[in-house]
Design a protein around this ligand. Structure first.
Ligand SMILES: Cc1ncc(COP(=O)(O)O)c(C=O)c1O
Length: 427
């Protein structure tokens, strides 16, 4: 590509089209109508999971081809419930990638179990089955895979490992609503699927979450933890019927307004996924011609869904000589809405979690409560190195998971990458 003056230094901006992307905004009319109906009925809390909650669970169950769905107040609650349900507890370990949002991991501490970090595949950014296999010990109870940025973890070898070692698999599908692994919906493949329905997610209630499972006993255990009012009314085995209404009291019931909003978003998920897939393909086709940019490819035979964000890597040789901050600044000056991956901040709020003080130097005994295994816990934790995660975190850039945008806008973003990569001497 030709030498040009970067916008950073007064050259013309590569991106002149504007985005009118309205998709992430609330479907106001449909949501308002559903919420107004609830208000008129005086339905502002539903303890027994009936009505709009039952309808949403039926739709989500069908979408994930699962026997059961249990709606909650957020995705973190679904993960806590899942770890509790599979029996993560003192003396047990849960294998989980570090390349994720912290909520995939912190609920393991709520169960006083020990997170064991695994590396990711460099191309897809999801848990590497070979590294999972290396991390299995006699203490391993479960594996959590995260379908990061809508890319699907390689479920066949992971389920084989689980079967071989008698482990549970939890799918954190918070980025991947509607994604398919070899034709099978995510969330319905492992023992429990966990979906955040938080504001930015492809199906969102503002704040909500939903867990899916085929196993009635796991459903019962999730109800026992957090669903006073549904005890004894669930569709599971009713293992805990003799407890009457008493649950363990973590109140994970969702707000019906959030469920109404999530239902509106679920209705249009297929359209959302179709449009995001098209836009990602357009942008990637353009970026394929740009030396120095690596694309995060979908797993062959799988269908990405949800996405949350579109991600790209800067080639290693470039990342070694130019700072990611400088590349970000140059791209933004060109008008491209691109930001460094939050994982690259090294501030541990989102990513490189195996290096975060909470999992390394911090002595959790000092906070009291039960956030550690009282028998085997000691701090500081042994140092963990994850070569692929650490390499990728230094090189990631992302942009919005565009929905309703013109092709021209995407091509101009691709052009901005091309221009900056061809003129790195200016940054
Ligand atoms: C991968 C992943 N897991 C879990 C969560 C937690 O979900 P919530 O914010 O709904 O509690 C998030 C939220 O962003 C997430 O991205």
């Amino acid at each position: 590509m030709a030498k040009e003056i970067l916008a950073l230094h007064g050259g013309p901006r590569a991106v002149t089209a504007s985005s009118q992307d309205r998709w992430p905004h609330v479907p106001v009319e449909a949501a308002a109508q559903r919420i107004r109906e609830l208000l008129e009925q005086g339905t502002i809390s539903i303890a027994d999971g009936s009505g709009i909650i039952a309808d949403f669970e039926e739709a989500f169950r069908a979408m994930t081809q699962s026997r059961f769905a249990l709606t909650m107040n957020n995705g973190t609650a679904t993960l806590h419930s899942a770890y509790f349900a599979v029996g993560a507890g003192p003396g047990t370990e849960v294998i989980v990638p570090s390349y994720t949002w912290h909520a995939s991991i912190t609920p393991i501490l709520h169960c006083a179990a020990t997170p064991v970090f695994c590396d990711i595949e460099p191309d897809t950014l999801v848990a590497d089955p070979a590294d999972i296999a290396r991390k299995i010990t006699p203490k391993t109870r479960a594996i959590c895979v995260v379908h990061t940025w809508g890319n699907v973890a390689d479920m066949d070898p992971i389920m084989d490992l689980a079967k071989q070692h008698g482990l549970f698999v939890i799918e954190d599908a918070s980025h991947a609503h509607g994604a398919l692994y070899k034709g099978r919906p995510v969330g319905g493949i492992g023992h429990i699927g966990c979906f955040s329905l938080q504001g930015a997610k492809a199906v969102s209630g503002g704040e909500a979450g939903v867990a899916t499972t085929n196993d009635p006993e796991l459903l019962d255990r999730m109800v026992l933890l957090g669903h006073f009012g549904r005890m004894g009314r669930g569709q599971g085995n009713r293992t805990f019927d003799h407890l009457g209404d008493m649950s363990l009291g973590a109140k994970y019931r969702p707000h019906p307004f959030a469920v109404a909003l999530a239902q509106c978003q679920l209705d249009r998920l297929p359209d959302l996924n179709r449009m995001r897939t098209r836009n990602y393909a357009i942008l990637n086709e353009r970026l394929r011609d740009v030396p120095g940019v690596e694309i995060v490819e979908p797993r062959p035979g799988c269908q990405r869904g949800g996405y949350l964000e579109f991600k790209f890597k800067i080639a290693r040789d470039i990342a070694e000589r130019v700072s990611l901050d400088a590349v970000e600044k140059a791209l933004q000056a060109e008008g491209a809405p691109v930001a460094k991956d939050r994982y690259s901040n090294l501030n541990f709020t989102y990513g490189l979690l195996h290096k975060a003080p909470l999992f390394t130097t911090f002595d959790r005994k000092t906070i009291g409560g039960c956030f550690y295994d009282p028998v085997s816990y000691s701090a500081p934790a042994p140092e963990v190195t994850l070569p692929v995660t650490e390499d990728v975190c230094r090189r990631m850039l992302g942009t919005f998971a565009f929905v309703d945008v013109e092709e021209q806008y995407l091509l101009q973003i691709g052009h901005a990458f091309g221009k900056v990569m061809a003129n790195l001497d200016q940054i």
